[in-house]
Design a protein around this ligand. Structure first.
Ligand SMILES: [Fe+2]
Ligand SMILES: [Fe+2]
Length: 509
């Protein structure tokens, strides 16, 4: 903590009165500064911090009432308490003083004890008002941040470290007069193997600065951390630190050029946050604020991991269903998984949203789920299919859409099952949709499904290499033609061709 004496500005045109006030105030631990007139008083409060003003009323140039009014109408100074000291003790003058904004009145000749008692009381009130204002600002900032976090909260892409990186710089002071904020914040996070990583956050020349300070977990071994699942919030001022469990930690920080004068700490087995060096004594209030902040982040973290578990179970079920559809089909190995990866690759090239990419990777695996309803003798027939068998085979698209059903979460999967054999020029099936009438996801799966089928050995054909397959898709072979594909998707296919080849190589059965 920065130890500061309260500064009291004494304004009087009479040097003897100023000397008397100084003689009363200084021995009591106050810093007394003086002004001989109103103009000087206003100049002083404009350039330096003042905690309270003792103001004479009768002065030759500008009187005390006018000075008081000027102070109270200026937003920068109006919170400074003003005590008027005067021989004018009439009721009218007191009313005039109150109207000018003075907090208190003392009659000359004044009683020393009374002056000191009133100063003490007004300074206390000022501190409380400041605390209230800071609390309001902090709660406001926390609420704004919380609101923004919740509005943008995407449990599947929630990034705990990014969240910490976003919030911690908001806690730290920018300038030395922001005494309600810590100068440094240290954040330690542990991974599943209980390895800790510590980062230091500080504003350097008004810019947030972050550095890893301890990567070998040595800090964490210094604390007696609460048991798993529990947390502890402590606040310590300078005199407490030497007696606390933090003493070893504070000594360890010296080697990182960090001197600790006070600290508010949130300690747990998952995360430790240490807010260090406020410009004033820290209190239970600062501890509660930090606690609230960390709980907010931890709540989102826990929600995110639960949502991810649910999402994993959902994806597992989708894959299981996709696999089931292959039971009666020829052996397609990792075909469905490759289609998922290829689709995600093309979607990324097409600048689709993260949500779209994530969804198409999983749900494109259901493209042929309707084949579960096609008789095995048709699916596995090595010879050319009869016209009736072709009609029956084409129905796998309609069966697929029916099996997937109407759950909103599987909307893309249903669209893919239904449209992955439509062609951009309208010659596809089941509905002969054309151009923009075919959803993007259907057009993406259409091209990558054909790419993968050509690369694979099938009962009715040999495997083609990448170059041959690429040539057939981009130039056509009479059966497959470039006009079948959405031009944008075909462009993305061409641009992603080498990555598709790599994926095929990596994901061969
Ligand atoms: Fe199909
Ligand atoms: Fe397929």
């Amino acid at each position: 903590m920065i130890s500061v004496k309260p500064i009291i500005l004494c304004v009087d045109d009479e040097p003897a009165n100023l000397a008397l006030l100084q003689a009363v105030l200084v021995p009591q631990g106050y810093e007394a500064i003086i002004a001989n007139n109103g103009a000087e008083a206003l100049r002083i409060i404009g350039k330096q911090h003042v905690d309270l003003i003792l103001l004479d009323i009768i002065m030759p140039d500008v009187d005390g009432f006018t000075i008081c009014r000027n102070i109270k109408k200026d937003e920068r100074f109006q919170q400074i308490p003003v005590i008027m000291i005067t021989v004018l003790s009439s009721k009218e003058n007191r009313i005039k003083g109150i109207e000018a904004g003075a907090e208190d009145f003392i009659s000359k000749p004044f009683d020393h004890e009374e002056v000191l008692a009133r100063i003490k009381m007004l300074l206390k009130m000022k501190d409380l008002a400041n605390d209230l204002k800071t609390a309001y600002t902090n709660i406001n900032s926390l609420t704004t941040f919380g609101k923004a976090t919740i509005e943008n909260f995407d449990p599947l892409s929630f990034d705990f470290s990014a969240q910490i990186n976003a919030i911690v710089p908001r806690l730290i002071r920018n300038t030395s007069d922001e005494i309600d904020k810590p100068q440094i914040v240290l954040v330690g996070t542990s991974d599943q193997n209980n390895n800790w990583t510590w980062h230091q956050y500080e504003n350097v020349f008004n810019e947030p600065d972050t550095a890893m300070v301890d990567s070998n977990s040595s800090f964490s071994t210094i604390f007696n951390l609460p048991e798993k699942g529990k947390s502890q919030t402590v606040f310590l001022n300078h005199e407490d630190i030497q007696k606390s469990q933090l003493q070893k930690f504070v000594n360890a920080l010296v080697s990182f050029n960090i001197t600790v004068s006070d600290a508010v700490c949130y300690l747990s087995r998952d995360i430790c946050i240490l807010a260090l060096n406020y410009g004033r004594d820290v209190s239970t209030y600062d501890a509660a604020l930090l606690d609230g902040l960390v709980l907010n982040i931890l709540f989102l973290k826990s929600l995110s991991s639960q949502m991810r578990e649910v999402e994993n179970a959902f994806e597992y079920t989708v894959y299981a269903l996709a696999r089931a559809s292959e039971v009666n089909d020829y052996d397609t190995g990792n075909h469905i998984l490759r289609v998922g990866e290829y689709s995600a690759l093309l979607a990324r090239n097409l600048k689709m949203s993260d949500e779209f990419i994530r969804t198409i990777r999983v749900q494109s695996t259901l493209h042929d789920v309707g084949k579960i309803c096609i008789p095995p003798n048709i699916l596995k027939k090595p010879e050319k299919l009869t016209p009736n068998e072709i009609i029956e085979m084409k129905e796998h698209t309609l069966y697929g859409a029916k099996i997937i059903g109407n759950h909103p979460k599987l909307k893309m999967g249903k669209a893919i099952a239904l449209t992955h054999h439509e062609r951009y020029d309208g010659t596809g099936y089941p509905h002969g949709l054309k151009g923009g009438g075919i959803p993007m996801e259907g057009m993406i799966v259409n091209i990558v499904d054909q790419y993968d089928a050509m690369r694979d050995v099938r009962i009715y054909k040999p495997a083609f290499d990448h170059a041959t397959t690429y040539k057939i898709i981009t130039e056509g072979d009479g059966r497959t033609m470039p006009r079948h594909f959405d031009p944008q998707v075909l462009k993305a296919f061409k641009e992603s061709a080498s990555q598709l080849e790599d994926l095929h190589e990596e994901m061969k059965k």
